[in-house]
Design a protein around this ligand. Structure first.
Ligand code: FMN
Ligand code: SF4
Ligand code: SF4
Length: 398
C-alpha cells in the first residue's frame, strides 16, 4: 500500500490533501465536515482583528463562470472560474478561537491536523493573533499575505497589501516567528513580479514554509447588461490557473530545495492536479474552489484517487514523486531540436495541419501531407491539431 504520510515542517500529516482556508473551513461545523472526509488537515478561515475584513464576509458573493466567463447555472465545467469576494473569519478572535480549540480536539480522533490562519492590519496585531492561535494547540500557523480584497479597501493594510510590500512582509514574518514556537507558513500573493527572492527573504526571517499562492483579482463584464458581474472587481481563480502556480512551485523548489517546505494552492481541482503539484515540489496541497462546487466529499475522493494512482504507478511514498518533474526541467539552451514526420498510411489528407504550420514545412500532397524537413523546426503545432492519432509524430532531430 502506498504511504501518503508527509513530514511538513516537522509536523506529520497523514496525507498531503488539506482543506484550504476559506468558506469550507469557516467555522467548527465546516472544519469537522472536511475532517470527516479523510483529509490530512484543515486550515481554519483566516482569523482577523480587522472589523472591515470581517464585515466584508457578511457581503460575500461568488459565481462559478464557464469558459466564456459567463455565470454557470447547473452545469459547472471542469475549467471553471470562481469569481468572487469574501472577507476573513466572521467572528472576532475571542469568538473564533474556541471554535479552533473544539476542532483541534475533534481532529485528534481522525489523526488530522488543524492549521491556524491569521491576518492583521498592524505589526503588533499579527504578533498578538499568532500567540492567541498558538494557544489553541495548532501545530502550524499560516500568515495570510495573499488575500486580494484589501487592494480594493483603502486603509486596510493586510493580505495582499502586505504580500506586495516585501520589506514589511519580512518584518511581520520575523515578529511572528519570534513570538511563537510552532512553525510558520507564509501564504503569498501571485500578484508580484517575482517570488523567488522574496521567498528566500521570508526563510531568512524565520518562515519554515511558503504557501504558493493565493488568488488574483479580476474584472468581468456581463455583455447583456453592460455592467460588471457581482457589482465590480473580485478575486478570480480556478483549475485553469494551475500552470501559473506550478511555475512558482517549480521555481521555489529549485531555489530552496533543502530549506523551505512548500504548500501549493490555487488551481488544484482533483487528485491529478495534486500529483502535478507534488511532482513540481509541493509537500501539501490546499484545496478550495472545487470543494465549493462539489461539497466536502470532494476532498475525500481526491485522497482515494491519489492513493490509487500511487499504487498503480508503484510509488511507495510521496518522497519518490516529489519534485521529479521540476528536477527534470531543462534550461532553454539544452532543449533539443525536433522535427515532425507524417505517416502517409494514416494521414487522411484533411489539411488541418497545413493551417497550423508557420515555417513553410508542412506541404500539401495528392494522397497525404508531407514535411519539408529542412524547414521543419519541430514546433509541434501540426501534431496538436491533427485529428488522426499517430498520423504525425515528433521526434528529436538526429
Ligand atoms: C470564497 C473564498 C474565500 C477565501 N478565503 C480565504 C481566507 O479566509 N484565507 C485565505 O488564506 N485564503 C482564502 N481563500 C483562498 C483559498 O484558501 C485558496 O488558497 C484559493 O482559493 C486557491 O485554491 P483553489 O484553486 O483550490 O481554490 C479564499 C478563496 C475563496 C474562493
Ligand atoms: S512541427 Fe511545426 S514546423 Fe514542423 S511541420 Fe509541424 S507545424 Fe510545421
Ligand atoms: S492533420 Fe493529420 S490527417 Fe490531416 S492532413 Fe495533416 S497529417 Fe494528415
Amino acid at each position: 500500500m502506498a504511504n501518503l504520510e508527509v513530514n511538513f515542517c516537522g509536523v506529520k500529516i497523514k496525507n498531503p490533501i488539506v482543506a484550504s482556508s476559506a468558506e469550507p473551513t469557516l467555522n467548527a461545523h465546516n472544519m469537522k465536515k472536511c475532517i470527516d472526509t479523510g483529509v490530512g488537515g484543515v486550515i481554519a478561515k483566516t482569523m482577523t482583528d480587522s472589523e472591515a475584513m470581517r464585515e466584508l464576509t457578511t457581503r460575500s458573493k461568488w459565481r462559478f463562470l464557464n469558459e466564456r466567463h459567463e455565470v454557470c447555472q447547473g452545469k459547472v465545467p471542469r475549467c471553471f472560474s470562481l469569481y468572487g469576494r469574501s472577507g476573513l473569519a466572521l467572528e472576532p478572535p475571542e469568538e473564533f478561537l474556541p471554535q479552533i480549540v473544539e476542532t483541534v480536539e475533534y481532529a485528534k480522533d481522525y489523526d488530522a491536523v488543524v492549521i491556524g490562519s491569521i491576518a492583521s492590519t498592524e505589526l503588533e496585531g499579527w504578533v498578538e493573533l499568532a500567540k492567541q492561535i498558538e494557544d489553541t494547540g495548532v501545530p502550524l500557523i499560516e500568515c495570510n499575505f495573499g488575500c486580494p480584497h484589501p487592494h480594493m479597501m483603502p486603509g486596510v493594510k493586510t493580505g495582499m497589501e502586505v504580500g506586495q510590500d516585501f520589506e514589511y512582509a519580512c518584518e511581520v514574518t520575523r515578529a511572528v516567528c519570534d513570538a511563537v514556537s510552532v512553525p510558520v507558513m507564509i501564504k503569498v500573493t501571485p500578484q508580484v513580479t517575482s517570488l523567488v527572492g522574496f521567498c528566500g527573504d521570508l526563510f531568512e526571517a524565520g518562515a519554515k514554509a511558503v504557501t504558493l499562492t493565493n488568488r488574483f483579482i479580476g474584472f468581468v463584464p456581463d455583455i447583456e447588461t453592460g455592467k460588471p458581474l457581482i457589482y465590480g472587481q473580485a478575486g478570480i481563480g480556478g483549475p485553469w490557473i494551475k500552470p501559473l502556480t506550478l511555475r512558482w512551485v517549480h521555481n521555489i523548489r529549485q531555489a530552496y530545495k533543502d530549506k523551505l517546505f512548500i504548500a501549493g494552492t490555487n488551481g488544484a481541482y482533483d487528485w491529478r492536479d495534486v500529483v502535478m503539484f507534488i511532482m513540481c515540489g509541493a509537500h501539501i496541497i490546499e484545496m478550495c474552489s472545487a470543494v465549493m462546487v462539489y461539497g466536502y466529499e470532494w476532498l475525500g475522493k481526491q485522497v482515494k484517487g491519489l492513493e490509487k494512482f500511487m499504487e498503480e504507478k508503484g510509488y511507495q511514498n510521496l518522497d519518490e514523486m516529489r519534485g521529479i518533474a521540476s528536477d527534470a526541467a531543462l534550461p532553454y539552451s539544452e532543449m533539443p531540436p525536433e522535427r515532425a514526420k507524417v505517416d502517409p498510411e494514416l494521414c487522411t489528407n484533411c489539411g488541418r495541419c497545413l493551417k497550423a504550420c508557420f515555417y513553410q514545412a508542412m506541404q500539401p500532397g495528392d494522397e497525404a501531407t508531407w514535411v519539408k524537413e529542412e524547414n521543419c523546426i519541430g514546433c509541434g503545432g501540426c501534431y496538436s491539431v491533427c485529428p488522426v492519432p499517430g498520423a504525425i509524430t515528433i521526434s528529436i532531430r538526429q
